[in-house]
Write a new protein. Structure first.
Length: 434
């Protein structure tokens, strides 16, 4: 049964991956057609074609390897300075440029002269290239909101799980009381496991983060605490102690290894599945976006640990980069967890949403061959033309992005090496969630 659920989870992720890729390419396709650019191919996947059908000018198809997708637009690059589409050179760098230029025109047909990508105004090209990543962002936001507001997420609540007997600094690595430790305010006030704190010092409490902030802000104060105990409201009184507690970040998350002096009540909060309202959902997504940006920025620094995990048997870090294989494996593992099916589905949707958010951010990097590289090229062209107009100089014409193809090959080579490293690590030393 576990193996069957594992396979089911992998299938769910693969389907989500294919939908995400198709959705991304649909953004490029729809805007390209909107601006009159001819698109010969729309493909989901790479490698051999397993199904295709031609409709109008475009061949739509699915390929064997579900690791990406593409659309082909004619005239991605302008002709060379001599006006020719192809040219040959003994220079390998020049050959790269002209090969890319030739591929952009290989399906040119009579009448296509007005349907070339590079002939469109820069703002139109920016829209075409941005539309793909933007579709991933839309899908990510939609899935996140579905889970946050529909299913809910597991988080600490205002219900008491356990009560501490004494006050122990959280910076100390112990959980056993000493004779010199003062009694915890929660225990002295009569707080019990199962109590739900409904108000603290006259303020109605609706979330653990809010309650935690209220407790931290009242050291040394005698406060009334109203709890729901088996359906009846009971008012308790506690004198909040001062203690060394873990520091909280701006988003309410604990900052590991850092401590501050603050109010301390002395109980552990129970966890539960809590639906979020729109405001909380937007805040949560903003925090995840910031974390995702930080994660991409820190990728180079994670390569040594990834290498050690792949080849030296070092432990795989929980925040280690994951590829498609690793994510599919996590997707399978989700469906083997001993949690309700609704939460399994919610976690799977979160995984696909996170994948789409990563696709958006990664593709926005201003590097060829990524979408962000083409966007940067179009913006640079627009800036050059505007400056020429202001300075009353001749129009410099289209920016020849093809000249950056040698750089694009280097970037692609780095990405391929990184992808292979991640793949090896995902196979021999995968990230696990259970």
């Amino acid at each position: 049964m576990t193996a069957l659920m594992m396979i089911l989870g992998i299938v769910v992720f693969v389907v989500g991956l294919l939908v995400s890729i198709a959705w991304h390419e649909l953004g490029h396709l729809s805007t390209a057609k909107l601006f009159g650019i001819r698109v010969p191919q729309y493909m989901v996947g790479f490698g051999p074609t397993i199904w295709s059908r031609k409709k109008g000018d475009t061949e739509y198809g699915i390929k064997a390897i579900p690791a990406g997708g593409y659309i082909r637009m004619i005239g991605m690059f302008p002709p060379g300075e001599d006006g020719r589409i192809t040219a040959r050179s003994t220079s390998p760098w020049r050959s790269m440029i002209e090969d890319a230029r030739s591929a952009a025109f290989e399906e040119l047909k009579p009448g296509d002269e007005t349907r070339l990508f590079y002939t469109r105004k820069p703002w139109k090209r920016v829209i075409v290239m941005f539309a793909g990543p933007f579709m991933n962002l839309i899908l990510a936001v939609g899935l996140f909101l579905t889970v946050l507001m529909g299913f809910g997420i597991t988080q600490q609540t205002t219900t008491v799980s356990s009560v501490s007997k004494c006050v122990i600094s959280q910076s100390e690595n112990r959980d056993t009381c000493k004779g010199t430790d003062p009694a915890a305010p929660a225990a002295a006030a009569g707080l019990k496991a199962g109590d739900k704190i409904v108000s603290f010092d006259g303020t109605k409490t609706t979330s653990w983060n809010q309650l935690s902030d209220l407790i931290r802000a009242t050291p040394g104060k005698d406060v009334p605490i109203v709890v729901d105990r088996k359906g009846q409201e009971v008012t308790l009184h506690a004198t909040i102690a001062t203690n060394k507690v873990a520091k909280k970040g701006s988003s309410g998350q604990i900052v590991q290894g850092e401590y501050v002096s603050a109010g301390f009540l002395g109980f552990s909060a129970a966890t539960g599945v809590v639906r979020q309202d729109l405001g909380d959902s937007v805040t949560w997504m903003g925090d995840r976006l910031g974390e995702a940006v930080d994660s991409i920025a820190s990728l180079p620094a994670k390569i040594p640990a990834l290498w050690n995990a792949a080849f030296d048997g070092a432990p795989r870090q929980p925040d280690s980069p994951m590829g498609v294989v690793g994510a599919a494996r996590v997707g399978g593992e989700i469906f083997t967890l001993d949690i309700p099916p609704t939460q399994q589905l919610a976690m799977a949707l979160m995984l696909v949403a996170g994948f789409n958010l990563s696709l958006f951010l990664f593709n926005m990097l201003p590097l060829l061959p990524l979408d962000g590289g083409h966007i940067a090229g179009a913006l640079w062209e627009s800036l050059r033309r505007q400056l020429a107009k202001v300075l009353r100089r001749p129009d410099p014409g289209p920016f020849d992005v093809a000249k950056l193809m040698p750089v694009a090959y280097v970037v692609a080579g780095v990405f391929i090496c990184f992808t292979v490293l991640v793949l090896i690590a995902d196979v021999v030393n995968p990230v696990k969630i259970s």
